[in-house]
Every structure is written in C-alpha cells, then in structure tokens.
Design a protein around this ligand. Structure first.
Ligand code: ATP
Length: 648
C-alpha cells in the first residue's frame, strides 16, 4: 500500500514546542463528511476508510491498490463538531494569537464537502430557527472559548473583528455600514498585504461577535447547484484582531504601521468545482471560473513554497486577491492550520484525490512564526541610520515617479487606472462572449450534422439513380438503333399514385411492361408543381444529354438556374418513382446564402454538391421520355401506352 503525507506532522507536538522563530509545518487535519441523503439515495459507495486517527485509506472503486494518506488528524463522518474542534487544536492557536502571533485556520475542498459546515455549522433551517448548539462550527466554539479566556487574563484585551469576502476576484466588506463596494488590496513593507478601508469593529461580548458573524454570513453570496443547495460563491475571511496594550507599547503612528497584537483568521474557501458536474451556467459558471482560478493560484504558490530553494524563488502571491491575503499565513510568520474536507462517495473520488494531494503538499510547507516585536526605545544611532535609509528610499521613489510623469505625462497613470478599473470587466465580458460563441458553435454543429445527414441520403439516392440509369442505357453503338427507354425501368408495375392510374403500359418496341414514368400522360399522375414547364429548348449547362437526345440548338444553352423548392420536390418525387420506395423526407437544401452567413449555414460549402447530378438525371429521364413518345406505334394487337392511358 502506497502511503503519502508527512509522518511527523503532529500538530500538538509542533505547536507545544513553541513556534517562535523556528520552522513550523502547516498543520493539516482531514475531515470526511458522512454520506449525504442524496448520495445514499443514489446508492453511491464509500471509497474512503479511516484507519487509526491519522491515516486515510482510499480504495479505488474499480479495484487497484489502495492508497493511504497521512495527516495530523483524520476525522471520519461519525465525528461530532466538538470532536473536530478539539482535534484541530484551535484553542492552542487562540493562545498563540493572544501572545501576539498571527494564526490562520482555513478549510478547503471540493464544493459540498463540508467546509462551511465545519467552520460555521449548518445554515439555519428557516427564518428565526436557531441552529442547535451541538452543531455550532469551529468559529462559534472558538469565539466562546476566546471570550471566556480573556475574562481570566490579568491585562485588558481589545478585540476587534473584520469580515470580508472575495467574490469574482473583488474584495467586499461583509460588515460595511454603507452600500457595499469593492475595496482595494494594498501592500506596504511593514504590513504586507492588507485591505484598505475595511471596517474593523470593536466588540466586547460574545453576543456582539455572534451578531457580526451572522451579519457576514447573511451577506455572503451563495447559490444552489447540483452538488450543494447552499454553495458559497466566495472565499470568506473573518479576522479577530487581539491587542493587549502594555506599558511599553505605543499606538500605531501611521497607516503603514503594522497593527500591534495577534490575529486569528478564519478562512472559508469556496469549493473547487467541475462546471460539468455542478451544471453551472451563466453567472454560476463565471463564479465557478473565478473560484477555480484563485484556487489554482493558491495551489501554485503552495507548490513553489515547497521548493527547498524557495528563498531564491519568487512566490507569485500577487496572482490573486486570495493569495495576497493568505501570503503571510502560508509563506510568512504565521501559524496555520488547514482543514481539508472531503466527501466519502466514490463518485467524488477524482476531486477527493485532488484535495488529498493538495493537503499532502500543504503539510510540507513550513512557516517561521514570529511574535510581536516589542516597540521599545531604539538606540539613537540605529534610529538615525533608519531615518537616513528611509530618506534615501523616499528620494529614489520620488525620482522614479517624476520620470514616469515626464516620459508619458498623464498617459501612463491614466492607462494604469483604466486598466485596473477595466481589466476585470473585460475579463467578464470575454467570458460572456465566450459563452455566447460556444452556444453559436453548438447550433452550427447541429446544422452541419443535419446537412451531412441529408447529403448522405441524397448521395445514396443519386448513386441508386445513376446505377439504374447506367444499367438501363448502355452507350449505343455507332449506327445502331437507339436503346429502348423501357429498359431503364426495372419494375414492371406502374408507380403512379392510385387512384389516378391503374393502367399497365408496355414498351412500344419490346412490349416489356413499363413503369409509371414512361406513361405519355404521366403528368396526370403527379402533383402539379412537379411538372413546372421548362423553357422550350432549355438544357442546363450541367446536363450531360443522353446519347439519343437531339443535339441542343445553338444558343439554346442557358446558365444553370438556381434550384428552387419545386425542383427539390420534383427530385424527390422522381427519386421515389425510380426507387420504388418512399424517399426519406428531408429538408430542402440550404441556400448558398450571403457570404456573411455563418459557415455551417451556407449550403454546399465543404459538402459535395449533388444538385447538378440530380438535375442531370432528371434531364436524362425527361429526354428518354420524349424519345419514347417519338418511337413508332406498336402493331394493333399490342396495347400502346396511349391506349392504356385512355382507360385511366
Ligand atoms: N459533517 C457533516 N455532517 C452532516 N452534514 C454535513 C457535514 N458536512 C457537510 N454537511 C452538509 O453537507 C452540505 C454541504 O456542506 P457545506 O455547505 O458545508 O459544503 P461546502 O464545502 O462549504 O460547499 P461549497 O464549497 O459549495 O460552499 C450541507 O447541507 C451540510 O449541512
């Protein structure tokens, strides 16, 4: 059995050793949710088995070797919310946050795998229906623990909270007072990435914090799709800022100053989803694409962070808002716990394996947690050096800014602003356009398939007609008498539509019974539009006259005319008569259409044009009919076609 994961990733041991300064791996806990009622109803099987408290065994449904993954803790579907809270060691993270560390708990996994349930519990079953306390998630349990804990501290603690969501690659404040608007993410050397103008609310009681949580949860965007009735469509970050002012500490002096104190951040990532599996379309699909892109960026950063050479590597945290805001937790000075959530169903195995690999990789990342620096008094020489360095940096930056203004006065800044404002809009437009084009392509494909099917029927008909015509009309020898047209007719019975004709016609030369089309008054047998009179002497250029046909008179040749609807009907009726069976009804041929029509809707393009050949056959048959009418009348005792017709 293959085993993956970090055997040494014991969260308790690593955190108890004290994280300060030393390399600490990211802790990963795996939670397997129970089978949902939908999965059970569909009779889906479980592909996951927890063996022990830290190993998960995956059994591929079609056989094959089991694969085992090892994590800090593995929790099966029978574990309660309280079990999960304890196993994740969130209290220890809280203690670290109280000591000034920056700690993060984040859930990730496929859509519908139980991330939101793990962090905040199930959604309320109705308006005003409270969620039973036993189902409360990690966040509510941590809040309760923290508020209780700070009561017992000997120094006062200031608690503040912010709550944001990253929806379609834009940051939205879930606690904002005014009308919501996207907020910019900025970076300073001292603070790293942060969200500008994000509302940070001070609170003093558990109830107040729970209200803030409810406010954010109710504002967070969610939708229903095939795999989850209430699927979160955004990544949500709730941060508790914990400050414990001491006599030495001074309040921050400017906006670039890092906040003093610890942080405890809860991140509920939106689930990765296969659009084909969730059936997402339109807005849902746009959201899914945005979610998947940011998760991809996160996965890329995680892979690069694993590289032992990473200190020389550039980690592309700037690739998405999510990676910017998680940069410190993943690659910096934070203490991080990841809760990977999976479904046990064998149907979800590909996505589950991807989550397990992601989690295995993540637990090999190490951070170097750092507690708060005491802002004690610096020695004067050090302060002076720093001042000089900052002045130099300031001068250099001003110089660069001036240069930019000189080379392209106004234009560069305006272009940058425009790009920032519009890039996202453009991306959305492209995605909508893409969707529209896909739809059009589907329509064109179905037109093309229809045309091809029709073409096949026609080709078959033409082939049959040609075969019959050729077998019936061998080329005449020079000087020999013309071939009797009746030999073109293999069937003896009349094909005329009853009750118009019950007659039997015979060939005037050889007395073979003739089919309907050789009848001299066959016009009576056919619908009127079939027999549209041709212009006298008309011979299509595309027609190859039969050997016995009279040569066309000079100047009588006309350019081939457009095929009309009646031509089409005529061809079909003709084909039916000759083949002795009903021709598969099909649409009239597509017109050549204007050149600006979509390719697939233009008749003939790319598909062999059978029209001239059908016309040729029609012409040949007509000529042979004329010829048969000009043949000498049979003797008295034979029944001529004319005679036969008189009885019709
Ligand atoms: N451990 C569990 N026990 C019972 N029900 C669970 C458990 N985990 C998840 N569920 C249920 O499964 C469904 C999906 O869970 P949840 O919404 O938490 O998934 P998610 O991973 O957050 O999905 P998304 O990424 O789409 O937001 C919910 O109805 C939830 O109540």
């Amino acid at each position: 059995m293959e085993e993956r994961g970090s055997p040494d990733g014991d969260p308790a041991r690593n955190l108890e050793q004290g994280p300060e300064g030393s390399e600490t791996p990211i802790q990963v806990v795996l939670r397997v949710r129970p089978m949902s009622t939908v999965e059970l109803r569909r009779g889906e099987q479980s592909a996951l088995h927890c063996s022990g408290t830290r190993t998960l065994q995956v059994s591929p449904p079609g056989g094959g070797p089991d694969v085992a993954f090892r994590f800090g803790a593995v929790l099966d579907g029978a574990r309660t919310q309280e079990d999960v809270f304890r196993a994740c060691g969130v209290k220890r993270l809280g203690e670290l946050a109280l000591r000034g560390f920056s700690c993060t708990v984040f859930t990730f996994g496929q859509t519908g795998s139980g991330k939101t349930y793990t962090l905040t519990g199930p959604p309320p079953q109705g308006e005003g229906v409270p969620v039973p306390p036993s189902l409360a998630g990690i966040m509510q349990r941590t809040f309760t623990w923290l508020l209780d804990r700070v009561q017992h501290l000997d120094s006062p603690v200031t608690l503040r909270a912010s709550y944001l969501e990253i929806y379609n690659e834009q940051v939205w404040d879930l606690l904002s007072l005014g009308s919501p608007r996207p907020l910019p993410v900025r970076w300073t050397k001292a603070r790293g990435f942060y969200v500008e103008q994000l509302r940070v609310v001070e609170f003093g009681s558990l109830e107040a914090l729970m209200e803030l949580l409810q406010m954010g949860l109710s504002r967070r965007r969610s939708s229903s799709h095939t795999l989850n009735q209430a699927s979160s469509r955004s990544h949500a970050l709730l941060t508790l800022h914990i400050s414990r002012p001491t006599s030495q500490q001074v309040p921050p002096v400017d906006l670039g100053e890092p906040p003093v104190g610890g942080k405890l951040c809860f991140v509920d990532l939106a689930g990765s989803e296969k659009v084909a599996a969730t059936g997402s379309q339109g807005q849902l699909m746009l959201e899914a694409n945005s979610i998947n892109r940011s998760l991809l960026a996160l996965g890329h950063c995680i892979s690069l962070l694993l590289d032992p050479q990473r200190k020389q590597n550039h980690i592309p945290f700037r690739d998405s808002k999510l990676t910017k805001l998680l940069a410190d937790s993943l690659g910096g000075r934070g203490v991080t716990l990841m809760v990977a959530c999976v479904s046990p169903s064998a149907q979800c195995l590909p996505e589950t394996l991807s989550t397990l690999r992601y989690a295995s990789r993540a637990q090999r990342i190490t951070t170097r947690p750092q507690g708060p620096k005491s802002p004690g008094v610096k020695p004067p020489q050090q302060v002076e050096n720093e001042l000089l360095r900052l002045q130099e940096e300031n001068r250099h930056l001003r110089f660069q800014l001036d240069q930019m203004h000189t080379t392209a006065p106004g234009a560069h800044g305006a272009r940058m602003a425009w790009a920032q404002r519009n890039l996202y809009g453009m991306l959305q437009e492209f995605m909508l356009e893409n969707e529209r084009l896909r739809k059009e392509m589907r329509q064109l494909r179905s037109s093309r398939d229809l045309a091809r099917a029709e073409q096949r029927v026609l080709a078959q008909q033409v082939h049959d007609l040609e075969r019959r015509l050729l077998s019936a009309c061998p080329l005449p020898q020079q000087g020999s008498t013309p071939v009797c047209p009746c030999r073109m007719v293999p069937a003896a019975s009349c094909h005329a539509l009853p009750p118009l004709c019950y007659c039997h016609h015979f060939c005037p030369l050889c007395r073979v019974p003739l089919a309907h089309w050789t009848c001299p008054r066959r016009e009576c047998h056919m619908p009127q539009q079939v027999l549209e009179p041709e212009a006298p002497g008309h011979i299509s250029q595309s027609v190859w006259p039969p050997p016995w046909a009279p040569p066309p008179s000079p100047g009588s040749a006309k350019p081939p005319r457009e095929r009309s609807q009646s031509d089409w009907t005529q061809t079909r009726v003709l084909a039916e008569m000759l083949m002795g069976e009903e021709v598969v009804p099909s649409a009239p041929p597509l017109s050549a259409g204007p050149s600006n029509m979509p390719y697939g809707l233009r008749g003939g393009s790319g598909i062999p044009n059978l029209t001239p050949r059908l016309e040729t056959l029609t012409q040949q048959i007509n000529s042979s009919l004329h010829l048969s009418q000009r043949q000498p009348q049979p003797s008295e005792d034979t029944q001529s076609p004319g005679q036969g017709l008189s009885s019709c």
